[in-house]
Design a protein around this ligand. Structure first.
Ligand code: SAH
Length: 220
């Protein structure tokens, strides 16, 4: 899918090319992920005062004590989710700025994304519409509960860290579905949990990460 970047300008493409080169150096290899991140204007997902830093490989504040994830982390998680082949029905927990949402939406058929802070969700909605990413459905809810009406999911990606993998998310995985999730408190690990055909789960530890905590309770 090609993003409609009319009126957004091509000037940032060169800075994005440098970012993509950096992601390659850090070990990202999935060509689809690299292509999509090259095409996605991350500066649109930041407030104006920080937009000039959009193509640094770093997380940045988005208000409400939350952060837009580091591009390397977005690439790594998307790659980890997609590694076993194309995904059709996918859940994201923690829409935040909507940047990871935009990247993932271009890699899967249908994406459902939940966020607990309404003002962040509304901003993300406007940005995703501006990019004409119409295969995304957003909801203001506690993502620790998943989105049972839209499941089961062949992929679930979580961008805030719970202390333990939520049981509800495991239950909403389709057979051979996979969950990519940061787990822990001060020390967190990025994990990939794959549901086997017999209903059991296999967990892989991917790397050390640092995410904001997964919290319950909605902010209006
Ligand atoms: N992927 C986002 C990351 C935002 S930070 C981005 O790159 O912009 C994590 C987000 O998860 C925050 O917006 C936070 O409000 C949200 N979050 C935390 N706990 C949540 C929960 N239980 N349900 C839904 N969203 C949650």
């Amino acid at each position: 899918m090609d993003l409609d970047l009319q009126g957004i300008g091509m000037t940032s493409r060169r800075t994005r090319e440098r970012l993509i080169a950096r992601l390659r150096e850090k070990g990202i290899t999935d060509p689809q992920v690299l292509d999509v991140m090259l095409a996605t204007p991350r500066h649109l997902f930041l407030d104006e005062a920080l937009a000039h830093r959009a193509y640094e490989d770093t997380s940045l504040p988005i208000g409400f004590n939350q952060t837009i994830s580091q591009p390397y982390t977005v690439a790594r998680m998307t790659e980890a989710l997609l590694a076993a082949g194309p995904l059709h029905n996918v859940l994201e927990v923690g829409t935040g700025s909507g940047y990871q949402t935009a990247v993932l939406a271009q890699c899967v058929e249908r994406l459902f994304s939940v966020e607990r802070i309404r003002p962040l969700q509304e901003k993300a909605r406007t940005r995703l519409q501006r990019l004409k990413l119409y295969n995304v459905m957003l909801r203001h809810s506690d993502g620790g509960m998943g989105w049972p009406e839209k499941g089961p999911f062949d992929g679930i990606l979580v961008t805030a860290a719970p202390a333990e993998v939520p049981e509800e998310l495991l239950q909403q995985l389709a057979p051979l579905g996979r969950l990519v999730i940061p787990v822990g408190g001060d020390l967190q690990q990025l994990k990939r949990v794959t549901r086997q055909e017999d209903g059991s789960y296999v967990t892989e530890i991917l790397e050390a990460v640092k995410f904001v905590p997964l919290l319950s309770g909605l902010v209006r």
